[in-house]
Every structure is written in structure tokens, then in C-alpha cells.
Design a protein around this ligand. Structure first.
Ligand code: SF4
Ligand code: SF4
Length: 500
């Protein structure tokens, strides 16, 4: 029994609605139809947040909910960093309930826990978790869950705390071996599991020939086979599909409604065997190399990230350059999935060869590490590179007032890097966001301003932190350089994101 037992195995993700900006009425209408179509077909778990789909996902849901009698369970998200206290959690929940036009919701989700350390902060007295408990006591939410991109070992520890009833994890055949301990822990502790990124961030459809071994004779596509493999795991209850159109939604639904000739346990067994043999130069995450490195390099995590270079990279974060996309996929896995942000770009490997002797796949680990570290240098994916970038932006400028655009987790993370490297900023911080819903609300201790207020507030500089929409934001505020405001871009051309 899990809290997700009454839910359809396909859940609706709301981050990819076809909405280009908050004023895109056609996109909003299409998205409302998409939600209604999902509900009509029995989908009843909806994963959402106040920033998804240009900040309009919850507005879409409000319109859809007003037009249906279908029952559903929807998430309310509260993220550590954006919010810290129980009061913050209450306010964030009120905001989202208001946006969706509902009075209560099934799931409070502590959003994107990145590590066990962060979990400990969340569960401190008076913190977000206390807020969740009060909301549950008051009947405003039914269940307290979390979503996470922490390392598998940290997720297991969080599950073992028994603080939560459900967890949302990134899971696909690409990381299924390394995530198996998480599924085992969830089953043991009776924690429901929702899967995000079921297609490996688009890598599986993009490389459907490569992954054709997932299919059996009744699977109409590699995508269906991947979804069925995930649904066949005894620990997994719901697989999220982030649909941009009704066609995509209906295709995902067919994976669950069309004939499926293979019993779940056989499918899991078959695919697990093939995962080992079908990907010969692929690190399987077996961890035989893990414990004897004299430099304590986390070899399985680096090598599983290096796997990503074998695929045609899917488009991510609005970028198209294939080499940049390969690096984004590589470091997304290393930093986002495994929580490893290298200190600098110097490869610590001394080529002692111990790991290569033990590697079950006979991989050239030393050469792979050389390549990874040269990519770290190129893409600024280390703490030292971030520190150097922030120095370049702020040193000697004597800014008194700096705007961060957009407000949200990305800007918070950049500020946290700043604090870690240089201490508390001496400049005043202003937060800007184009979402009309966020104007006047708080992000941590800062009020969120509309970009229309830039001329009135006149910061000395505005730092555009968004990796995905940086170019569009930069373009939308370029006229403010006439006010003597320095317009700054956090990212350089070859950079991978700072936040994932
Ligand atoms: S060859 Fe490099 S990575 Fe492998 S065990 Fe030796 S130092 Fe560690
Ligand atoms: S032994 Fe080889 S295949 Fe196994 S985790 Fe280490 S690098 Fe990967």
C-alpha cells in the first residue's frame, strides 16, 4: 500500500505546456484543453509548481479545474532556499492554492532536496517541514512528500528517516542501476515513488535505435518500452509525462492502455540483463572500482556521467549546439544527479591503474577522466570557475544596488555561491521577475519586483542569471543601459548551467 495506490500510473507534468510567455492566451487555452483531456482519460495525479510553463501552469490548472468534476491529486511545492520557515511554507502554499483556485491539495512536496544536509535544514524546528506538518494537521494537505536530485545514498537516508510518505525521483533505464537502492528503500519503508525524467531528459527518444533493446514485440516504440520498464518496477507508482500537446499525451497513455504481453517481473529481468550487455562501453554503475582510488575520486559517478557522451544529445535549456549539449548532459548527470561539483579543473587522477584493473566493462577510466576534466575547464563547471566569474562581474565595481533577474532558485543559488566565496554581499539586492503572479511577493527576505520597476529603482547593475531564457531576458531589458545600468550576463558561451 502506498499513498499513490488510487492514482493512474501516468501522471501529468505541467512544466512543458505550450506557453511561450505569461500573456500567451492561445498557449494557455491549449494547455487547459490538455489538462482536461488528461483528466478525461483517467490521469489523476498532477505535478505542478508556481514557476512552471512561464509561471502560468497553475493558472491553467485553475481554468481546467473549474471545468471538470473529475477527481485529481495535485502538488503544492515549497523549496528550501526560496522559503526557509514554517511561515514561509504557509505563505507559499496559500499563494499556490489561490493560483489554482482550490482550498486544499493532496500533496505537499518539499521540492528538490539536493542533499541529506539540506534535508536536515528543512526538518529543523520551525522550518519548512514543521510548516508541512501544521498544514496536514489543519487538513489543507493530505500527504507530505519530497522530490529530490540528491545522490542515491542521500535519498536512501532521507527515506529511512520516515519523515515522508512519497518521493519523486529522476529515474529511467539510463540510471536504473544506480537508483536501485532507492527503490529498495522505498519498498522497505512503504514510501510511494513518482518518477520524473522517465525518458532520460529526452535521450531515449532521441536515441531510439540505441535503446531499441528495451522493446519487446508488443511495445510500439522505445518510449513505450521505457515507460513500461519503469512502471514494471514494484516500487514505482506513477510516471510523470511532461506533455506539450494532446498527441504526446495520448501516445504516453497508449503505453499503459495498449496490449502488454510481458509480465512485469519478466520485463524487468530481461531489460536488466540487456542493460549490462547492450551498452558495452557503458559504465553500469556496478561500483567494483569504487573503494580503492588513492585520490578518492568518485569513479562510478564520473563514469556514469561520461556515458552521456555516447548519445545524440537532446535539446535542453533552449540550446542547440551539439557539443555544448553533450557537455550539458554530462554535467547534468554529474552535478544534478550525483551532486558532485568539482573544486577545480585539475584532474586528480594519478593513473595508478587500480580502477581499470577492476572495471567489469574494461573501460579506459583514466582517459575518460582526462577528457571530463578538460570539459570542466571549458564549461566553467567547477567551484573555482564560478568564483572567478563572480569576481570578474563584481570586483572593483563598487555596486551599491544589484538586481537579480529572474528571481527564484537560480538567483538564490548564485547568491549562495557569492556568500560562500566572499561573505554577505555589501550591495543591496533587488529581485526581478516577469511573472505577474509573483510581483510583490517575497523570495526569502526580498520583494519580487516587476521589470517595469527597473526605471524607478535604478540598480547599478542587473545580473541576468537564467541559463534557459538569458538571451530573451537580456533582450527585454537592454533599453535600461540608457539609464546607466550595467547589464550583465552570468553565463559565457561554453558554460553549462550553474543550477540544474
Ligand atoms: S587510476 Fe586514477 S581514478 Fe583510477 S584508482 Fe588510480 S587515481 Fe583513482
Ligand atoms: S567498475 Fe567500471 S562499469 Fe563498474 S562502476 Fe566502475 S567504471 Fe563503471
Amino acid at each position: 500500500m502506498s499513498i499513490y495506490d488510487k492514482y493512474y500510473p501516468l501522471g501529468l507534468g505541467t512544466a512543458r505546456f505550450p506557453i511561450s510567455n505569461p500573456n500567451d492566451e492561445t498557449g494557455i487555452e491549449e494547455s487547459v484543453k490538455l489538462v482536461l483531456c488528461a483528466l478525461e482519460h483517467g490521469v489523476n495525479y498532477i505535478d505542478t509548481s508556481y514557476i512552471y510553463s512561464a509561471g502560468m501552469a497553475q493558472t491553467v490548472l485553475r481554468h481546467a479545474f473549474a471545468q471538470t468534476n473529475r477527481s485529481y491529486g495535485v502538488t503544492l511545492k515549497v523549496q528550501y532556499g526560496q522559503d526557509k520557515t514554517a511561515d514561509d511554507a504557509f505563505k507559499r502554499v496559500e499563494l499556490q492554492l489561490g493560483m489554482m483556485g482550490i482550498e486544499r491539495a493532496a500533496f505537499f512536496v518539499v521540492w528538490t532536496i539536493m542533499s541529506y544536509d539540506e534535508f536536515e535544514k528543512i526538518t529543523q524546528k520551525g522550518g519548512i517541514y514543521d510548516g508541512a506538518l501544521k498544514l496536514k494537521d489543519e487538513g489543507i494537505v493530505d500527504h507530505i512528500c519530497f522530490s529530490t536530485h540528491a545522490a542515491p545514498a542521500d535519498i536512501v537516508r532521507i527515506i529511512e528517516s520516515d519523515a515522508f510518505e512519497g518521493v519523486t525521483i529522476s529515474y529511467s533505464p539510463i540510471n536504473s542501476t544506480s537508483m536501485q537502492p532507492v527503490l529498495n528503500a522505498a519498498l522497505k519503508h512503504n514510501i510511494g515513488v513518482v518518477v520524473m525524467n522517465p525518458l532520460g531528459g529526452g535521450l531515449i527518444p532521441q536515441n531510439s535505435n540505441y535503446f531499441s533493446f528495451l522493446r519487446n514485440e508488443s511495445d510500439k516504440s522505445t518510449v513505450h518500452a521505457a515507460l513500461r520498464y519503469e512502471a514494471a518496477q514494484p516500487a514505482i507508482n506513477i510516471i510523470l509525462s511532461g506533455c506539450a500537446s494532446q498527441e504526446q499525451l495520448k501516445d504516453s497513455l497508449r503505453a499503459f492502455s495498449d496490449e502488454n504481453t510481458e509480465p512485469d517481473y519478466k520485463r524487468v529481468e530481461r531489460v536488466n540483463v540487456k542493460l549490462k550487455s547492450a551498452l558495452p562501453a557503458f559504465c553500469t554503475g556496478c561500483r567494483y572500482c569504487a573503494d580503492n582510488c588513492p585520490k578518492s575520486i568518485q569513479i562510478p559517478e564520473f563514469m556514469q556521467s561520461y556515458n552521456m557522451l555516447q548519445f545524440e544529445p537532446s535539446r535542453l535549456y533552449n540550446h542547440e549546439d551539439p557539443e555544448l549539449l553533450k557537455n550539458i548532459h554530462l554535467f547534468r548527470r554529474l552535478v544534478f544527479d550525483f551532486g558532485i561539483l568539482p573544486e577545480n579543473s585539475e584532474n586528480p587522477c594519478v593513473r595508478c591503474g587500480q580502477c581499470e584493473m577492476k572495471c567489469t566493462q574494461k573501460l579506459s577510466i583514466c582517459d575518460a577522466l582526462d577528457d571530463i576534466y578538460s570539459r570542466i575547464e571549458l564549461t566553467g563547471c567547477s567551484k573555482d570557475a564560478k568564483k572567478a566569474r563572480l569576481s570578474e562581474i563584481f570586483d572593483g565595481k563598487n555596486y551599491n544596488k544589484v538586481g537579480f533577474y529572474p528571481s527564484g532558485g537560480y538567483s538564490n543559488a548564485v547568491l549562495n555561491f557569492y556568500r560562500e566565496f566572499f561573505g554577505e554581499p555589501e550591495f543591496e539586492i533587488l529581485m526581478f521577475n516577469s511573472s505577474p503572479h509573483l510581483r510583490g511577493s517575497m523570495v526569502g527576505e526580498y520583494i519580487i519586483h516587476s521589470p517595469y520597476e527597473i526605471a524607478e529603482l535604478v540598480p547599478d547593475a542587473i545580473l541576468v542569471t537564467s541559463y534557459q531564457h538569458g538571451a530573451a531576458i537580456f533582450d527585454s531589458i537592454k533599453q535600461y543601459s540608457d539609464y546607466g545600468i550595467d547589464l550583465l550576463n552570468l553565463h559565457k558561451t561554453n558554460d553549462v548551467p550553474w543550477v540544474w
